[in-house]
Design a protein around this ligand. Sequence first.
Ligand SMILES: Nc1nc2c(ncn2[C@@H]2O[C@H](COP(=O)(O)OP(=O)(O)OP(=O)(O)O)[C@@H](O)[C@H]2O)c(=O)[nH]1
Ligand SMILES: [Mg+2]
Length: 325
Amino acid sequence: MQNIVERLLNGDRRALARMVTLIENEAPAARRYLSELHQHTGHAHIVGVTGAPGAGKSTLVTHLVRELRSREHKVGVIAVDPSSPFSGGALLGDRIRMMELAGDPQIFIRSMASRGSLGGLSASTRDVVHAMDAAGYNPIIIETVGTGQAEVEVMRAAQTVLVVCAPGMGDEVQAIKAGILEIADIFVVSKADRPGSDQTVAELAMMLSLDPARRQHDKTQPYWKIPVLRTSALNNQGLVELVDALQQHRAYLDDSGQLARRAQRQVRSEIEALILHTVANALKQTVDAEEWQRLIEDITARERDPYSVAAELATRIGLEVSTQL
Ligand SMILES: Nc1nc2c(ncn2[C@@H]2O[C@H](COP(=O)(O)OP(=O)(O)OP(=O)(O)O)[C@@H](O)[C@H]2O)c(=O)[nH]1
Ligand SMILES: [Mg+2]
């Protein structure tokens, strides 16, 4: 019998599903398998889709996947936190379409719950991306609900970030507040069949034109002008243009050297996250609840101090931390 790594590399969906479960459960074997898979990754175009709750992200992703399938792409989808209190609003037709899509062996859809730590979610999302990438899925779409810090973190794993705004929801303003503007590569005004979409497009275009960093670009360098596209799932409008724009952005990243730079940044933060996670786990295994309680009481009673306690625990998990100045 072939092992999980070989089967996954051969595109075996069950092996991939098993791998994703191992990643989600933080099974120790996951890292070993991922380290074997690493040399087979780095091919997929990773696309992030974010936007306010109810903006139309899931509907858009469904239509995006169909368009990509019609172009013969093998598509991976990671939906982060599908258990949002706002979800469940998708049109029944879209649900059915999503189910149709899920029956296609060239599509792999997986949901990830956004429990655990902030860094934990982005790390496991990144690992699932690597697994899908090694299994030959390209592009891989990551959908996140909302525009909070966790989403921004998750979106850093993407090469192309799509920000979805529905007309008349004041999303634009929200997006700027949450720092989404900095990471947006393409804006999509969804629900273009609804009134007010012209105004939303105009507001976004205005906002982008006011950004000084984008006005003073070096004319000799490859330049990406953030497009504001509009789509309607109802009228099946704008999807061809959107997929074209995704491919143009990927080409821009390649030509400008941005792709390599982003990958290098990723590697560093990935290693840091892995180490932090290792340390957190080691600590969890070394100190039980009872001891934590005792330490906390001693420190709050000023009988001990957090610095020397931290140094002592670090030594216990094999780290040398100096308390000397
Ligand atoms: N009229 C119209 N309605 C749409 C369109 N796209 C999505 N909707 C509706 O907008 C609502 C939200 O759509 P979703 O795709 O669930 O939005 P979402 O951003 O994934 O929502 P959350 O995951 O809850 O944040 C649903 O009722 C959809 O049917 C569209 O193009 N036109
Ligand atoms: Mg959704």
